[in-house]
Design a protein around this ligand. Sequence first.
Ligand SMILES: *Cc1c(COP(=O)(O)O)cnc(C)c1O
Length: 429
Amino acid sequence: MNNFIDSVYHFSGQNTLELAKEYGTPLYVISQDIIENQISKLKESFKDYPMEPRIYFAGKAFTNKGMVKLLDNLGIRLDTVSLGEMVTAKEAGMSFDKLILHGSNKSFEELEYALNENINLIVVDSIEELELLNNLAKKLNKRPKILIRVNPGVEAHTNDLINTSRIDSKFGISVNETKDIINSIEKYPNIELKGFHFHIGSQITEATPYLQALDKVIELYKLALENGLDSVDELDIGGGFGIQYVDTDIEFDPIKSIKQILTIIQDYCESNKLPIPLVSIEPGRYIVGPAGITLYEVGTVKELDGIRTYVSVNGGMTDNPRKALYNADYKAIICNRELNDSNKKTVRVSGRACETDDLIDAIELADPKRGDILAVTNTGAYNYSMFSNYNRVTRPPVILLKDNKKSILVKGQTISDLLKDDLIPEWLE
Ligand SMILES: *Cc1c(COP(=O)(O)O)cnc(C)c1O
């Protein structure tokens, strides 16, 4: 699907040079076909499990109205973490019984909105929040369904900054405290406990850390049912399924790894004579990461004698802060020239920001020159959603490709968009 035709890089079957010409650069390009393909692998992994999969897309990876609509059409639910994401879902017409609300510090306003919209699930992140929610629910005459976010204390082998489940973490409630909640659930009559959630980190490549967490969390499921909490019927194993940013990365294989996790859940329930729970997953990166590329135009090419060549592009850390934040690796391609032995060159790709702003430390490209179009691949997740206006740069548009169709998903910002919120205090006039 992605290849060179007449020496022009095609993404999702479409000519990237024509896209760059029509919409300008930088440009976020998202392929609906790839999103659909990723989702079908996730669905496939549930094939032998007796319950319907509950797939919540982690909205923080890439949310806008069109994306929510697309997910809704594909039977995918939404994991939200803010009023902004919830209202986006509402505006896109997604029913709130498809929504889950996360957050380690949800505001009163967010909880109230979620309750009034009868959200499907609220994931409670602390005992204090449980008390707050119980009181708020009483006041609003609601009885929200909740999952408890458990911190299972597992060290997933991933970047420190995206590992969220070691003991020393702001996220979740410890296993022991969760047991206390189960044993004294009558203290919270205005909430309905539906189950347990964990999310152990991101860019995970295999089942092992999930199984380590599950080991502890499934005991809580058993305890709850033994205590007669019949409402408990769901285990949410979070997201974090890794993708292949560069050749050395291993992509998480849901058909193998999710199946493995589901088999263990099923076996455990059968041997303990427990009902089989609904299992939820919350992938963000896995669904949309490989579905996106970013197109840039090459500007200054600076050869530092005996050191390296810097290839500057007209975007960078403002549209893709993951290198700056996580030292993330990416691959790139010169769209108008195929790489072959005669013109290979190892270069550093730099962004335009007034910072070091290296986008790719070292990569072989086909002799980049001013005016070339460069595609950075696997930018679908945590790029558009993490955009910043640093250096007062405007956000590029996002376009969606489907078969041979293309359409704008999010308009690019204009300079007047930037200026419209600025006010000059009257005493400065
Ligand atoms: C970030 C996050 C996810 C999604 O992570 P990915 O790596 O994008 O799959 C899912 N659930 C929770 C609670 C998260 O914080």
